[in-house]
Design a protein around this ligand. Structure first.
Ligand code: HSE
Length: 399
C-alpha cells in the first residue's frame, strides 16, 4: 500500500480525494497496490466532512510521517506551496502538482531537490488540465526537435470568449459562470490577463528546449481589449479570436509570447471552444500533433494528478531527468522585438494614410479602417502604429 497526503483542499485537492476513493478498484488493479489518503492539509476547518479525521493543519505532521511517500500539492501560488513542496521533497517524499506558477517559477530548483533526494516532482496537470501534454512532449515526441508549440491553454478565457461572442453573454456573467464551474484561478486576473497561459507556455517551452524560460521574458497580453467589432472582422475573414500561448524556433533561437490571435478556420485550433484547450505541437519528424481536451475543472485536473500519482508509484518514486530542465544555457531566446508577425489592425485613419504608413495591406471588406499587414518585425509594427497616431485594435494573425 502507498500512503499519500493532499496539501490544499480546494477544487483540485477535493477532486484528487474523490478520484482516489471513487476509482480505488481500477487504481489498485493498475498499480498493483492500494493508494490511501492518510492526511489532508488545509488551514480551514472541515468538522462536518465525512473524512474529517484526515485533516491536519501542520505540514510537519506529513513531513515527519515516514509511512507517507507521496504528496499532492494543490495549494496554488508560490509562497506556502513552495515552502511545503521543498519540505516534502527534502523529507524524501515525491510530490505531484497542478501548480503552474510554482513549476514555472521554481521548477529548476525543485527538480534539483527531487533528484538529490531520489524522488519525483511531477506536474502533468499544470498545463492543459486533463489533457496529456507533458508526457507526450517528453516521451512520445522525444525523437523530434520541437519547432513550435501553439496552444489554447486557459479554459476560463476560452469559455469567456465563446460565451461572449457566440452567445452574446456579458464579460462579467461569463467570468462569473467560469468561476462557479471551478475553472478560474483564485484571482481571475491571472486568467484574463494571460499570466496563467504565460506560465503554461513557459513550462512547455522549458521542457521542449531543456532551458529554463523565465516567465518575465515572455511578452503577454490578455483578452480584455478584444471587442465585438474585432470578432466580427475575424468572422468575416473565416477566422476566430483565441488567447494563444506560443513558442517557436527560428534560426536556432526561441521566441515565446502570449496574446490574442486571429485563427483561420483551416487551423485545428479554430474549433476549440468553451473550457476546452488544445495544444498544437510541431516536431521536425512527426509534423503537427494536436492534444485536445478539458483544460480546467475539478475532475479533469484531478484526473491528470492521479495519473501522475499512479506513475510515481509504478516507478517507485524514482526521479526521471526527462521531466525537468536546467537553468538557461547558451542564450537560446530571441529578442521579442525582432520577432516577425502579421497583424490585424482597426483604426480611424483613412485608406490613404494606412497605405502611406503600412504600404501593402489587405483591407477587410465591409469594415472601415480594418486591415491585415504584411509580415514585419514587432519593432517595425510598433513604429508604424505610432506613425499612424495609434490604433483601435491590433491582433496578431496565426500564419
Ligand atoms: N484557471 C485555469 C484555466 C485552470 O482556466 O485554464 C487550469 O489551469
Amino acid at each position: 500500500m502507498t500512503k499519500m497526503a493532499i496539501m490544499g483542499y480546494g477544487v483540485v485537492g477535493g477532486g484528487v480525494h474523490d478520484i482516489v476513493k471513487k476509482n480505488a478498484d481500477t487504481i489498485r488493479e493498475k498499480i498493483g497496490e492500494e493508494l490511501e489518503v492518510k492526511y489532508i492539509l488545509d488551514i480551514r476547518d472541515f468538522d462536518n466532512h465525512p473524512d474529517k479525521h484526515l485533516f491536519v493543519k501542520d505540514a510537519d505532521i506529513i513531513a515527519n510521517d515516514s509511512e507517507v511517500t507521496l504528496v499532492t500539492e494543490a495549494m496554488g501560488g508560490a509562497t506556502f506551496a513552495y515552502e511545503y513542496t521543498k519540505k516534502m521533497l527534502m523529507a524524501g517524499k515525491s510530490v505531484v502538482t497542478s501548480n503552474k506558477e510554482l513549476v514555472s517559477k521554481k521548477g529548476t530548483e525543485l527538480f534539483r531537490l527531487a533528484e538529490e533526494n531520489g524522488v519525483s516532482y511531477m506536474f502533468e496537470a499544470s498545463v492543459g488540465g486533463g489533457i496529456p501534454i507533458i508526457r507526450p512532449l517528453v516521451n512520445c515526441l522525444a525523437a523530434n526537435h520541437i519547432q513550435s508549440i501553439y496552444g489554447i491553454m486557459n479554459g476560463t478565457t476560452n469559455y469567456i470568449l465563446t460565451k461572449m461572442f457566440k452567445e452574446n453573454q456579458s464579460f462579467e456573467d461569463a467570468l462569473s459562470d467560469a468561476q462557479k464551474l471551478g475553472y478560474a484561478e483564485a484571482d481571475p486576473t491571472a486568467d484574463v490577463e494571460g499570466y496563467d497561459t504565460m506560465r503554461k507556455i513557459s513550462i512547455l517551452t522549458s521542457l521542449a528546449s531543456g532551458n529554463e524560460l523565465d516567465d518575465d521574458k515572455i511578452p503577454r497580453e490578455g483578452i480584455t481589449k478584444i471587442t465585438a467589432e474585432d470578432v466580427a472582422c475575424a468572422e468575416s475573414m473565416n477566422s476566430g479570436v483565441k488567447l494563444i500561448g506560443y513558442s517557436k524556433v527560428e534560426d536556432g533561437k526561441i521566441t515565446a509570447r502570449v496574446c490574442p490571435m486571429i485563427i483561420p478556420e483551416d487551423c485545428p485550433l479554430y474549433s476549440v471552444e468553451d473550457v476546452f484547450n488544445a495544444i498544437l505541437v510541431n516536431g521536425d519528424m512527426v509534423g503537427d500533433v494536436m492534444m485536445y481536451g478539458r483544460g480546467a475543472g475539478k475532475e479533469a485536473t484531478a484526473s491528470a494528478i492521479v495519473g501522475d500519482l499512479m506513475d510515481v508509484v509504478r516507478h517507485k518514486g524514482k526521479f526521471d531527468k526527462n521531466f525537468s530542465w536546467e537553468g538557461e544555457k547558451n542564450n537560446v531566446f530571441f529578442n521579442p522585438e525582432d520577432e516577425e508577425n502579421v497583424f490585424f489592425v482597426r483604426c480611424d485613419a483613412s485608406k490613404d494614410e494606412v497605405i502611406k504608413v503600412f504600404g501593402n495591406v489587405e483591407f477587410t471588406e465591409g469594415f472601415e479602417g480594418a486591415f491585415v499587414t504584411e509580415k514585419m518585425t514587432e519593432k517595425a509594427f510598433s513604429e508604424k502604429v505610432e506613425a499612424l497616431g495609434g490604433v483601435l485594435s491590433k491582433i496578431r494573425v496565426y500564419k
